[in-house]
Design a protein around this ligand. Structure first.
Ligand code: CA
Ligand code: CA
Length: 292
């Protein structure tokens, strides 16, 4: 099994990045990932002012998938996530959706067990997930803190073990990179960080030719999920909704109107994160509801 060490990080998803490893379709790859602070927050005395923001959101990679051509779809199946037993969440004036109420910066370090994040005496169920995952965009690079149609800082809680993420291949080789894992995070990520933790991610990468999935697209055991990342939550919602209508009209005999009404009855529009430079919204549809 191939392994990408956590020294190989990028801070921009960019077609000019040198790949650090080559994979073929169907291969299993392990990405070792740093936490989003590049390990610079180790105690509760390390607060936002101590962080060098040029080292935030390292993504491990990129890897070059040799059969991936422009226009293909890259299928990334998350087999396994292992995380450290300790991580950090922090806050500071100006950060996140509660920014106007924050008087002073503060960091909380939390222990992580096999089942929970232990935060100030509360047991928060483990929800191991990958925050940043994406391919290189076709045009200018995009920093790893910003999500978009190429993936990136999607901060979507569904991107955990067993999930499959479909991403666009915008440049030859796709240039897949990932990082920014969380042991627990709520929808919205309202303070701007989850419980930030280092670890490793085992994925299978596959190239799909002639896929018509609207990207990025997530599949779990129970759900089909479209994503939209734009400057406002409203614009992001529209992208995710149009993508789900596109998926439904291709997969079923529904018209645009019928798919829209179906979503009005059975689709769940949710906030993935409301704090990054682009906000990410998602639309979830239960797979079993598509069986007549
Ligand atoms: Ca993130
Ligand atoms: Ca994060």
């Amino acid at each position: 099994m191939k392994r990408v060490s956590r020294e190989h990080v990028i801070f921009e998803m960019n077609k000019e990045n040198e790949p650090v490893l080559t994979a073929v379709s169907g291969e299993t790859i392990v990405f070792e990932t740093q936490d989003c602070f590049s390990g610079n927050v180790q105690s509760e005395s390390d607060t936002v002012s101590d962080i060098d923001f040029s080292t935030v959101n390292p993504a491990t990679g990129p890897i070059y998938v040799s059969d991936a051509e422009v226009g293909d779809t890259l299928k990334v199946t998350i087999n396994r996530i292992d995380i450290d037993n300790k991580g950090a969440v922090l806050t500071a004036p100006g950060l996140g959706l509660l920014s106007d109420g924050i008087g002073a910066e503060e960091t909380a370090i939390a222990k992580i067990t096999d089942s929970a994040t232990l935060y100030k005496g509360y047991e928060i169920p483990l929800r191991k997930m990958v925050g940043v995952i994406g391919t290189a965009p076709a045009g200018d690079g995009v920093n790893t803190g910003t999500p978009g149609d190429h993936g990136g800082n999607l901060d979507t809680i569904l991107l955990g073990e067993g999930a499959t993420l479909y991403l666009p291949v915008n440049v030859k080789g796709a240039l897949l990179a990932m990082g920014d894992m969380h042991s627990s995070m709520g929808d919205g990520e309202i303070m701007g960080s989850g419980l930030e933790v280092a670890g490793e991610i085992e994925v299978i990468v596959e190239v799909i030719k002639d896929s018509d999935l609207p990207l990025p697209f997530i599949e779990t055991d129970e759900l089909y999920v479209t994503l939209g990342s734009r400057e406002t939550m409203e614009d992001a919602s529209k992208v995710a909704l149009h993508n789900m209508v596109e998926f439904l009209t291709a997969k079923t005999d529904m018209t645009f109107n019928h798919a829209g009404m179906f979503l009005s009855l059975a689709g769940d529009l949710k906030v993935s994160q409301a704090v990054n430079p682009n906000k990410t919204m998602r639309v979830e549809v239960r797979k079993d509801l598509l069986n007549k």
